[in-house]
Every structure is written in structure tokens, then in C-alpha cells.
Design a protein around this ligand. Structure first.
Ligand code: SF4
Length: 464
């Protein structure tokens, strides 16, 4: 379900939004666009910004590439698969250019491959990296003026945050980028190359946008950044990340504040204190560990050891309320031995995460680990991944089973096709499917009693 207007419109126009008009331009006047996104929440939110910009320029969003005059792919390149996917998609739309359609590539793949995309797919007309979205209107103007190829590939700009309008897809939860790029240098990661150095957004601009979002009816905001907790306020206020969380929670109308992704090295006790002291700050922290072996962590340049990571976990376990902890893990990093992999398994046992994203290592262009010998065979990586995922599934099943009988507040965000079935998330980001006789619950907060549990979700009933 999408909100029928664009966030930020009232600020810009001083009037209630008209779904047919954006910034005085009739939607659809310039053409139609189809935008497909692969990747993380940062990418999803980037697509929301791009959709807002295109609407403001008079383009109308459509659901199929066939119906579009402008076809855009916004894709992440952290995993090899996403990059492969975009080129296979571009291949599928090769003939479309002959039909007068303009094809563009956005995001990390655009940043990474740059003008080489034109060589691999000469029918592409626009290549725009994630740090250059604010230049899109100018790039579109060049295309409309008949330019065959336009690029936006700067990474050293902080204009990224301040796109004029953002078209948000979720009507209750709004994503907000507070920090772009990354100054860490994990040896397997393309982000420092594709998104450039770390740039934090001014705290007053963030809070202004949160107030607008609250006025527009959003009750949950999720602060985003590759290393969100490395936030360094560039204004004279010098707000710490935990202070920013508290200030966002104070905005009238905001009921939940989430943040992702946290870097262990910058995860400090004041963040836990903020979660403990302010119920609106959600009791969930995504803290990627990547490996349970200090040697592998050093090779990855993750800037912490296993023991230092476990100290951060202990901070959260010592809090005055349970905090849901989730993570990312890579198996088969160059040189990872069987016993180092077992250290990751034992870390899983020790932390007992609530959920995990796990991946097989794949060498990425422009990363330092590319020069390391990719010594673990594909077969062995697949085996390790399966073992890891089996263990985590067991942990999740056991942890979730212990929640049966408990009651949680849920923001209802989905309605099943089955009669009286709804779904939503708890503050600790557990998915729960539940039954209710109410006729309309979407976007509301309800109490749900847990009646059943599986490894990936809970089942429950509306507690009235
Ligand atoms: S912290 Fe490491 S993995 Fe995360 S974005 Fe930065 S370089 Fe990549």
C-alpha cells in the first residue's frame, strides 16, 4: 500500500498535496517510469528519493517496464548476485531501447561499474551513483534535451540527503538516512568505494524531517546508515548518536524509533542507556559480527576482536530490559579454516541471536580482499553456510518458543488474504501473524498474545 502523496510536499508548496500535481508539474506530463530495486533498506530508501524526484519532474510511476518510458534499476553490489542480476535484467531490456525507452542504472552498481556500463550495455543512457541523486533532475533534463548518455558518479558530495521530495512506500514507517558512506575499510566491502567517505546529516535537518513525517501521520521512523551509530553531527550542537535517538523520540506523534546498521566498534554504553530509558526507542539492535574468529576479523579489518564484540553484547544483555539482537555473518572468507568456522558456530551459541543474515564470501571488484586467494571452495562455503543456518534456525525456534504466552505491542502492517488474519512487528522486530475480529487494523498499534512460534515468526491473537 502506498501513501497517496509525497513527503515534504507541504513544506515546499504550503498546501495539501494533490496526487495529480507535484511542485506545480502535472504527474505523467513528462512520461512514465518503472523503478526496480535490489538490496538493502538504504537502497529502498534511495529509490524512494528517486521516485520523489521523478514525480516532482512530472513523471508518473508505473508497475511494469512495458508501460514505462524510463526504466530504472537501483541495485546494490555488496553481493555478487545483485550485480549479476542487473546485467541480466539489462540484457532483457536491450530491445526496449529500440522502442524509444530510456534505460538507466542507479546505486552501487552504477557507482562501481561507472561508464563501463555503457560498454557492457550500450543501450543504457543514464548511470547515476547513490551519492548523486540530487543531480538527477539535471541529468533527466539533459536526456530530455536529446543527450544520449549522462552520468552522475561523484561520491564526495553531501547533497545526497537533501533531495527535494521523497516518495515513501510504507505509510507508517519512514526511513531516514542520517549518515552516508563509510570510513571503515572492511577488506571485503564495496561500500567505501561505491558510497564514498562518511558524511553525517545535520541534526536540525533530521529533526525537521522527523517533525514533518509525524505531521503526515508516520509513527515509526528508522534512522539509516551503513554505520548509523558512527553519526557525527556536523552542526555546532555536536549531538551524539544517542542524543539524536532521544531527540527523535521526543517528537510529538513518533511512537517508535529504529536504527540500522550499527558498527560494533562505535557501539557505546550511552546507546544502551537510551534504549533502557526511552520506551519509544525500539529494543532491537542489528550488530553485524561477520565472524567469530579474531584472526578472520583482523583479516577482514573489522576493527574489533571476538572478545571486544562480546563486550558489546554484554552491555545489551546487562540492560534493564531484553534487547533483540540480530547480526550478519560471512562464511568462507579467504583463509577461513574449519576451526575458525567453528569459532563462528560457538559465537552463535554464546550470543543466541534473534535472527541472522548469512552469506558465502564472494570477491567484489575494488575491494582489498580481491587480492587474497579465495581459498575456500564453493562447495565448502555452501556446506558451512548450511551448518550455520541450521544452528541458527534451532536457536531461533527455541528462543521463539519461550515467548508463547507473552504479550507484545504490534504495529499492524499487513493483512492476510485469509479472513481475520493480520501481521506486524514487535518493537524487538519480531514478525507476528495474528487473528483479530476487528475490521480495520492497518497502521494501528495493538496488543497481541503469542500462541505459537516457529523459527522465523510468531503466531498470536489480538488481546483486547
Ligand atoms: S563498516 Fe565495513 S562492511 Fe560496513 S559499510 Fe563500512 S566497510 Fe562496508
Amino acid at each position: 500500500m502506498s501513501k497517496p502523496f509525497d513527503v515534504g510536499l507541504e513544506r515546499l508548496t504550503g498546501r495539501a498535496p494533490d496526487p495529480e500535481m507535484v511542485l506545480g508539474v502535472t504527474v505523467g506530463q513528462r512520461g512514465t517510469f518503472f523503478l526496480e530495486t535490489f538490496g538493502c533498506q538504504m537502497n529502498d530508501h534511495d529509490s524512494e528519493k528517486v521516485a520523489g524526484l521523478l514525480h516532482a519532474r512530472g513523471y508518473q510511476q508505473v508497475d511494469t517496464p512495458e508501460a514505462a518510458s524510463l526504466i530504472l534499476y537501483n541495485t546494490c553490489s555488496i553481493r555478487e548476485k545483485a550485480a549479476q542480476k542487473v546485467f541480466s535484467r539489462l540484457g532483457e531490456y536491450r530491445e526496449k531501447q529500440g522502442e524509444g525507452k530510456v534505460i538507466g542504472v542507479l546505486g552501487c552498481v552504477a557507482q562501481q561499474e561507472g561508464e563501463d556500463i555503457f560498454k557492457r550495455a550500450p543501450w543504457v543512457s543514464l548511470v547515476c551513483g547513490s551519492a548523486s541523486y540530487s543531480k538527477l533532475p539535471g541529468m533527466l533534463a539533459q536526456l530530455e534535451a536529446g543527450n544520449q548518455r549522462v552520468t552522475g558518479l561523484d561520491t564526495d558530495t553531501d547533497e545526497t540527503f537533501e533531495t527535494e521530495v521523497t516518495r515513501r512506500d510504507n505509510p507508517w514507517r519512514a526511513y531516514l538516512t542520517i549518515i552516508e558512506g563509510c570510513d571503515k575499510a572492511c577488506t571485503y566491502c564495496v561500500v567505501p568505494f561505491t558510497r564514498g567517505p562518511e558524511r553525517s546529516r545535520a541534526s536540525d535537518a533530521i529533526l525537521r524531517e522527523v517533525r514533518q513525517l509525524a505531521e503526515l501521520g508516520y509513527s515509526e521512523v528508522q534512522l539509516l546508515g551503513q554505520t548509523v551509530n558512527s553519526y557525527a553531527d556536523p552542526t555546532a550542537r555536536r549531538m551524539r548518536f544517542s542524543e539524536l535517538l532521544l531527540a527523535v523520540a521526543e517528537v510529538r506523534g513518533i511512537r517508535r524509533v529504529r536504527f540500522t546498521t550499527s558498527h560494533p566498534s562505535d557501539f557505546t554504553p550511552d546507546i544502551v542507556k537510551a534504549i533502557e530509558g526511552e520506551p519509544k526507542i525500539c529494543d532491537h539492535v542489528h550488530l553485524p559480527v561477520q565472524s567469530g574468529s579474531t584472526r578472520v576479523l583482523r583479516a577482514m579489518q573489522r576493527t574489533y576482536s571476538r572478545e571486544e564484540y562480546l563486550e558489546k553484547i554484554a552491555l545489551m544483555r546487562g540492560a534493564n530490559k531484553p534487547i533483540g539482537i540480530t547480526t550478519d555473518i560471512i562464511v568462507g572468507f579467504p583463509g577461513e579454516t574449519e576451526s575458525e568456522f567453528e569459532e563462528t558456530l560457538s559465537l552463535l551459541e554464546e550470543v543466541r541471536y534473534d535472527s541472522m543474515f548469512s552469506f558465502k564470501y564472494s570477491p567484489r571488484p575494488n575491494t582489498p580482499s580481491l587480492s587474497m586467494s579465495d581459498s575456500v571452495s564453493e562447495e565448502e562455503k555452501s556446506r558451512r553456510l548450511a551448518v550455520l543456518q541450521d544452528k541458527q534456525r534451532e536457536i531461533q525456534a527455541a528462543k521463539n518458543a519461550r515467548l508463547v504466552g507473552e504479550q507484545f505491542e504490534v504495529l499492524v502492517s499487513g493483512k492476510s488474504r485469509r479472513e481475520n488474519q493480520w501481521s506486524g512487528y514487535t518493537t524487538s522486530h519480531r514478525m507476528i501473524n495474528f487473528a483479530s475480529q476487528e475490521r480495520e487494523l492497518l497502521g494501528t498499534y495493538v496488543q497481541v498474545r503469542v500462541t505459537g512460534a516457529g523459527p522465523n515468526s510468531l503466531a498470536g491473537e489480538h488481546a483486547v
